[in-house]
Design a protein around this ligand. Structure first.
Ligand code: ADP
Ligand code: MG
Length: 327
């Protein structure tokens, strides 16, 4: 290696330009052979570096997001939820302003209707558009925040989550009773209000939430902040899993690729999805969502004009299957 090349290797290491380092000799050879002007050679090596940097950043963002793998808009069957607007969902997955405004996305519906799939698909689209997303089960996050609170670093932990443009809290309804002693979830919601977006899935809209927060006042305050700037999808269709099972059994579903290999339906016949892991079908407020009835609004939201407005709109939509979009 001549001295210029050796010096260049050193400089490219120092400047952390691995792609230029890997490609410059081949591009220099081509440039010399074809008589490129110097600026064309420079632009060419730098464009390669830029493109690889973008790819690496997207890979990093996808990895850190912990989104459920394979849940994309391209394999979401919109015909299964006829009232859901594909155009609206696609716009959300591209950002479309709501992320910059710190607006929220709330998805309600009984188990198996595709809430997690849909919210992950939107998350994946957002990552493609340069946003940072983090998916977590709500109970896992509550546990993590509780530990942080005990160690007197709750504020710092919530601030750390600010790096994500969208934080997805899956299955709010499954937060365990003994976790409900805490207000950490409220602190998170209040901390991100009008600044950073939250997406949330739950079995029922608002009615059972008084079990998730320590008291009614805090439940109201949380709901109020969540719905103030929000899009709400109510997916009150039949469970997709159950429908697939009924349509032709497991082997057909597998052969057309609509079921996950680890989906419980593959090893177990599905009599009904009401009692999914952690769900207490007898719990007050749980039956409405799980059976696909109209939304049961939280009675005392009347105290708040913001929540009142949203709740009214939600409870007006009657027919099932349906999906209500409030923006
Ligand atoms: P939920 O979160 O509402 O309980 P999931 O999103 O976990 O439901 O959906 C259950 C399974 O059914 C997942 O494997 C999911 O990919 C699939 N599924 C649900 N709805 C659809 C749909 N409309 N199109 C394609 N797959 C779907
Ligand atoms: Mg789910």
């Amino acid at each position: 290696m001549n001295t210029v090349a050796a010096r260049l290797q050193f400089i490219l290491n120092e400047l952390r330009l691995p792609t230029v380092k890997r490609l410059w000799t081949a591009l220099a050879e081509q440039s010399n052979k074809e008589g490129w002007p110097a600026e064309r050679f420079l632009v060419s090596v730098m464009e390669h570096e830029l493109a690889e940097r973008d790819t690496r950043r997207l890979e990093r963002h996808r990895l850190e997001s912990l989104l459920l793998p394979g849940k994309l808009l391209s394999n979401f069957d919109f015909t299964a939820v006829p009232t859901l607007s594909k155009a609206h969902v696609t716009a959300l997955s591209q950002g479309d302003g709501w992320i910059e405004q710190g607006s929220n996305l709330l998805l309600f519906g009984p188990p198996g209707v595709g809430k997690s799939h849909l919210v992950c698909a939107i998350g994946n689209g957002l990552i493609d558009h340069g946003y940072r997303v983090c998916f977590t089960r709500t109970s896992d996050l509550v546990q993590r925040l509780q530990v942080a609170r005990h160690e007197m670093r709750l504020t710092a932990e919530i601030a750390r989550l600010d790096r994500f443009d969208l934080l997805i809290l899956d299955d709010l309804s499954y937060v365990r009773r003994d976790q409900a002693e805490t207000s950490v979830l409220f602190e998170l919601i209040a901390g991100r209000y009008e600044r950073r977006s939250l997406a949330l899935t739950a079995n029922q809209p608002f009615s059972g939430w008084d079990q998730v927060f320590p008291d009614v006042a805090m439940t109201l305050a949380a709901v109020d902040r969540l719905v103030h700037h929000s899009t709400i999808f109510e997916l009150n269709t039949e469970s997709y899993r159950r429908r697939v099972a009924a349509r032709g059994g497991v082997s057909k579903a597998k052969s057309v690729g609509i079921l996950d290999p680890d989906d419980p339906v593959i090893s177990t016949p599905v009599p009904g999805d009401h009692n999914e892991v952690g769900e207490d079908a007898t719990a007050p407020g749980n039956s409405g969502g799980a059976r696909g009835d109209a939304a049961v609004p939280l009675r005392s939201t009347a105290a708040s004009p913001r929540a009142k407005e949203q709740t009214k709109a939600t409870s007006k939509a009657k027919p099932t299957p349906r999906s209500t979009v409030i923006n």
